[in-house]
Each structure stands twice: as structure tokens, then as C-alpha cells.
Design a protein around this ligand. Structure first.
Ligand code: BDR
Ligand code: CA
Length: 380
């Protein structure tokens, strides 16, 4: 996981640690919501609080490739984690820089690791530049970033037109979007939809569950709700694509990112699919979430955070693996559907592209679940 914790990054980490399908192999941290020293400390504060000591954290870029960092501490609180009162970390950082750590890890198990990026894409772009073989060695990249005008919510949160992560480092986004990795993108189109946000009722539910995970989740969510009226789950939504892709519909299309420092910085514009070859600025086909079953996503999120998996549709017992739809299945379903609907109903700029020939499921490493068992111990 490459992240900039950040309230919702921390919630995504909690979700990952509570999900038996996911083995978190490492964390790389980037400047975004907060300076990189703080995001690096925050990742370790969360791990340490949960007693997880075997997930390495490697620090990455202190600033975007070409721009000055503009943090989001006004949203996430002065410590980046909603003043949740966790102590400073004792866990050491991994000695490697984020991009070299990613290269070491990914090249050990080619085609098995999915990178989940929930901050600006600076580390990922640098990893791809320093280690050009990496995009092909990844099983896939799931990212939270962009606003694609696919729904009324797909506009902007940093500017009226651009999403924070992409706006922060549009040059990095361009490098990543034009690489050969399979990309699944969660944008504001679905993450700003109120049906995917936590409300004060959800907060009460979380507070009523007296586990260490729920306590931390409640602190994070409460901070957001008190100040912003709701808690957006931008980054957990990215993680959720790996848990149950049937929650989403995707469209596949090339995307243009506007770089530079003009009014349009960070805009992510979906292009007609045949523009892949036409423009040096456009990306390969990306799979972009176009709709979501919000209530079912919230149910999944809460069930994992609260440890009540038996209440969800796809689980019969705690920590049973989820047999819901995989990403590849969901992507081809969306592709078929969009071919049908393309006949007349879709706006022209959403012309659909076929999935790339080499598109494949994102396999999940089947290692032992040391992390989960530690949490289970803690949570009784
Ligand atoms: C993104 O920006 C950050 O503030 C959040 O952590 C999320 O990754 C949403 O635009
Ligand atoms: Ca983030």
C-alpha cells in the first residue's frame, strides 16, 4: 500500500488488516495529506497501536515531482489523523527508499502483487522511472485519484475541476497512467456520493463495538464528521475493489491528465478509446469506477471494521474468505454492459474501449495471515 495517512488512508489500512483476502506486504509513504515525515509516522502509529510489527514501512517522496507540497491538514487535523491521540511511533522505518523497496518486493513475486495507491502518485512514478520493469511485474495497480465526470459527483475537491491526489502531482499521474500496468481507478465520481459516506449513525454503531480497531476507527471518523458533517471513504473504496468487485461498475477508457500549474491542473479527462494512439498525453485504457452499490459497500466496510462479518451477504463466519466477484470478472462484465449501452445511450466522450488483451485477474498472495491473527488475538 502506497499512502499518505490521512484519516481515510488509515481507515483503508484498518480495512486491509481486517480482510483475510488481503496480505499487506509493505507500506510506502508519500507526501500528500501531510509532510512525508508525518505520513510515515502515522502509518507506523496505526500499525503499532494494533500490535502489528511485521509490516515494513518505507518512506518516499517529500514533495511532488514538479510542484510544492500543499497539504490537507485542514481536513485531516494537525497530526494528519484527526488528533486521535496515538503516541509517536517506536517502530523503525525500513532503510530503503519507497521506490527501491517497491522494486525489491515486487520483483520477488512477479505478477502476484497488487499495489494500492491512495496518495499522490509520486512514489509510484519514481518507482516506474527508476525500475522500468516494474509496471509489467505488478499484477495491477488500484488507485484513488481523479474526477471523471461519470456521475454528478465527479468534479473536484481540491479545485472545482480536480481531485486532490492527482492535482497534487499531475506529472506523476501522467507517468503512471501511460505505463503498462493494469490500472483500476476510484475517483470522486463514486467517493463523493453520499451513499458511500459514513454518517453519525454509523459512528454510533462503530462506537458501540469495543475493540481496538473500532476505537481507532471511531476517533478517525468522529473527527471528520464533526468538521465536515460526514466521513468520506475515498481510500477504503480503492481497497474494496479487491474485496468485492461486484460492488462496482467500471468503464475502460484512456485518460488525459492536465499537468502544469494553470487553472486546469490535475483535471482527469476521459478520452475516446481510439485516442490511445493519437495523443502522447493520453494513457492506456484505465478501468474507472463508474457506479457503486453504496449501501452494500458500507455494510462490507462496517462488517470488517466491527468484526461482524456474519451480517454480510458474502460471509457466513468471521474471517471466511469473501467469494464475491473478482476484479477481472467485474471488468469484463462492465465492458460487455458498456458495449451494449454504447449503442446510443452514452455520452460521446465515454466511448468504451475493450479491455486490453493481457488484462488478467489481480491474484492475491496466499501467504499466512500473521497480521490478522495478531488482530484477532487483540480483539479477543
Ligand atoms: C484523496 O485526498 C486525500 O485527502 C484523501 O486521503 C484521498 O486519498 C481524496 O481526494
Ligand atoms: Ca489518501
Amino acid at each position: 500500500m502506497d499512502m499518505d495517512p490521512g484519516i481515510d488512508d488509515a481507515l483503508a489500512l484498518l480495512l486491509a488488516l481486517r480482510s483475510p483476502e488481503i496480505q499487506v506486504l509493505g507500506i510506502t509513504t508519500v507526501a500528500g495529506n501531510a509532510p512525508v515525515e508525518m505520513t510515515s509516522a502515522n502509518a507506523r502509529r496505526v500499525l503499532e497501536y494494533l500490535g502489528v510489527t511485521d509490516i515494513p514501512v518505507a518512506m518516499g517522496a517529500a514533495k511532488p515531482l514538479k510542484h510544492t507540497l500543499v497539504n490537507a491538514l485542514d481536513y485531516h487535523g494537525p497530526d494528519g489523523l484527526g488528533q486521535c491521540s496515538l503516541p509517536p511511533p517506536g517502530l523503525p522505518l525500513h532503510p530503503a527508499k519507497a521506490w527501491d523497496f517497491l522494486a525489491q518486493l515486487i520483483s520477488q513475486t512477479p505478477s502476484e502483487i497488487t499495489l494500492v495507491a491512495t496518495g499522490p502518485l509520486t512514489n509510484v512514478a519514481l518507482a516506474f522511472q527508476y525500475h522500468p520493469e516494474l509496471p509489467k511485474l505488478l499484477a495491477g495497480l488500484v488507485l484513488m485519484g481523479g474526477a471523471y465526470s461519470l456521475t454528478p459527483y465527479g468534479k473536484g475537491n481540491q479545485t472545482p475541476f480536480a481531485e486532490f491526489n492527482i492535482w497534487q502531482d499531475p506529472e506523476a499521474a501522467r507517468i503512471v497512467f501511460s505505463s503498462e500496468v493494469d490500472i483500476v481507478a476510484i475517483g470522486l465520481d463514486i467517493s463523493m456520493n453520499p451513499a458511500t459516506c459514513l454518517t453519525s449513525q454509523h459512528l454510533e454503531q462503530i462506537k458501540a463495538s469495543h475493540t481496538p480497531v473500532a476505537w481507532l476507527a471511531a476517533k478517525l471518523v468522529e473527527y471528520a464528521i464533526k468538521r465536515h458533517g460526514r466521513c468520506e471513504l475515498y481510500d477504503p473504496l480503492a481497497l474494496a475493489t479487491l474485496l468485492d468487485a461486484s460492488l462496482f461498475d467500471f468503464i475502460s477508457a484512456p485518460v488525459e491528465v492536465i499537468s502544469g500549474n494553470g487553472w486546469d491542473r490535475g483535471i482527469t479527462r476521459i478520452l475516446p478509446s481510439d485516442s490511445c494512439q493519437l495523443s502522447a498525453n493520453s494513457s492506456q485504457l484505465m478501468h474507472i469506477a463508474a457506479s457503486i452499490d453504496g449501501p452494500r459497500f458500507l455494510k462490507l466496510f462496517l462488517s470488517r471494521i466491527l468484526g461482524t462479518l456474519s451480517n454480510t451477504s458474502c460471509h457466513s463466519e468471521p474471517f471466511a474468505p469473501c467469494h464475491s466477484e473478482g476484479l477481472a470478472e467485474a471488468l469484463s462484465r462492465s465492458s460487455e454492459r458498456s458495449e451494449e449501452t454504447a449503442k446510443g445511450q452514452r455520452p460521446k466522450n465515454l466511448t468504451q474501449g475493450k479491455l486490453r488483451e493481457e488484462s488478467r485477474p489481480f491474484p492475491i498472495a496466499q501467504g499466512d495471515k500473521k497480521t490478522t491473527s495478531k488482530l484477532e488475538e487483540q480483539n479477543g
